[in-house]
Design a protein around this ligand. Structure first.
Ligand code: ATP
Length: 446
């Protein structure tokens, strides 16, 4: 392309990259030289090198047969190889766990908007042209003699300096509406702004039914990636401002109380992970729960279907609404509540639901209630590990006929343990006998 010829040769330093990655790139460069293939580092990693942000994704692209080259690298370095023929890409996993993607430089064509494209081999310039934004459409050559040479045909550096997100052509969002969400992701992550025409094109694309044509898993992926960013609160507000939340469900609203709850999530997450560093909370799902926490069961069910959420994610999201309200009322209310009652109230809550409980209480800005809730959550988590000494086998040995009452008796016994009413095995036995007596349950042990 003509832009290339006028480009001043600019070298990007890879010196900040970890040794291992740099060394590997050098070796690969030698292999490519032997085969006379042009190889480039491409996309987000180049953007982040220029921004001096850490991102050591090794995304490579080869002018020529990228998959054949990937096989060669895999053979030479005993790496595992997964090939995606349809997209002319391969993923390598090196013995030390390092991963690398190698693709063939290609052009893409979209038979219909919003579906995955068909691809054909093409030049590096065309490969860069098919990318989402100018800041993601730069490459760094890796061949010796050219090592580190930046290819910036579409003004990526200019836009990085101007902190701008800009599409490469007017049909970009139509070709691939996931770029609408990607634009917001990068805008919010870097604190950049959407270039004027890009914003207009985005708004236009968002006003049509293009996003509706995206498959559930693709939409889910974009939404959860957005919610996995460091500060999803601003990203969610931006989705609302651009009227994009309706694509999760047409009746999903960003009212004041929802906004307050979403805004409280970072604080709730911070408290929870400080107290329970081993807890693996699914952060993006917590944001989705907060966002939909005031919605009706019908809206939740519709959103779960639209996003094709997994069973576990769906369970969390559908538990987010009313159950949380009910639990919160009891846990922060005036009345006395025994530890075992707290336990029963919370025993089916996931860690995500706990964070949501906290966020909801934080959003209400009632310090007293929040302290009460935190205390009860801490006590609950501690009580979670309590077990009764007696088991079903002991009940049988005590002469009780096996049946559904085992679950009831052992449940009562656990409650008594949690409340500190019984503390030893002997006391457990006394408790069981007494309870059986009161219930008049037939057994041979009296
Ligand atoms: P992140 O830092 O979030 O990983 P990234 O820019 O590395 O961002 P990836 O999704 O890993 O994003 O994609 C790598 C590169 O592939 C992008 O930088 C971009 O050049 C290209 N790309 C990814 N998704 C699209 C898309 N939907 N349309 C066009 N180009 C894309």
């Amino acid at each position: 392309m003509s832009g290339m010829k006028n480009q001043v040769k600019q070298i990007v330093s890879l010196s900040k990259m970890p040794m291992r990655q740099r060394h590997l790139l050098k070796q690969i460069c030698r292999l490519a030289d032997e085969r006379d293939l042009a190889v480039y580092l491409v996309g987000g990693v180049v953007r982040d090198l220029l921004l001096k942000r850490e991102n050591w994704d090794l995304d490579l692209t080869v002018e020529g047969d990228g998959v054949a080259f990937a096989r060669l690298v895999a053979d030479r370095y005993r790496a595992g190889l997964a090939v995606f023929e349809r997209f002319a890409t391969a993923r390598l996993t090196f013995p030390d766990g390092l991963k690398m993607d190698i693709a063939t430089t290609r052009r893409e064509s979209y038979a219909q908007p919003a579906v995955l494209p068909t691809v054909q081999p093409a030049s590096i310039e065309e490969d860069l042209y098919r990318r989402d934004f100018t800041i993601n459409a730069m490459a760094v050559q890796l061949n010796s003699g050219q090592f580190g040479r930046l290819l910036d045909v579409y003004g990526g550096q200019r836009d990085l300096r101007a902190r701008t997100i800009r599409v490469l052509h007017a049909g970009s969002f139509q070709d691939d509406p996931t770029r609408i969400f990607r634009a917001i992701r990068f805008e919010q992550r870097f604190g950049f702004h959407l270039e004027r025409i890009t914003l207009r094109l985005l708004a236009q694309a968002a006003s049509t039914n293009l996003i509706q044509q995206l498959s559930g898993p693709r939409l889910q992926n974009e939404i959860l990636l957005l919610f996995a960013e460091r500060n999803p609160v601003r990203a969610i507000a931006r989705l609302a401002q651009l009227k994009l939340l309706r694509f999760l469900h047409r009746r999903l609203c960003y009212r004041k109380n929802v906004k307050q709850m979403v805004t409280a999530v970072p604080k709730a997450l911070a408290w929870w992970t400080r107290r329970f560093p081993d807890s693996k909370v699914d952060r993006p799902i917590v944001y989705l729960m907060a966002l939909s926490g005031e919605s009706s069961p019908a809206v939740l069910a519709g959103m779960i279907r639209r996003l094709a959420l997994s069973r576990e994610q769906a369970k969390n999201v559908s538990a987010g609404g009313r159950r949380v309200d009910r639990a919160l009322k009891r846990l922060t209310g005036e009345g006395i509540i025994r530890p075992s009652q707290v336990y029963r109230l919370l025993e089916h809550f996931s860690d995500e639901a706990f964070v949501l409980l906290l966020a909801k209480q934080i959003s209400r800005q009632q310090g007293m209630g929040l302290n009460l809730l935190k205390g009860r959550l801490l006590a609950y988590v501690k009580n979670r590990t309590i077990k009764t000494v007696l088991t079903g086998r002991d009940l049988q040995a005590m002469g009780l006929q096996p049946g559904p009452q085992y679950k009831i008796i052992l449940g009562k016994l656990l409650d008594a343990r949690i409340d500190g009413v019984v503390t030893t095995e002997a006391e457990e036995r006394v408790f069981v006998r007494k309870w059986l007596g009161e219930q008049n349950v037939s057994n041979d042990c009296r």
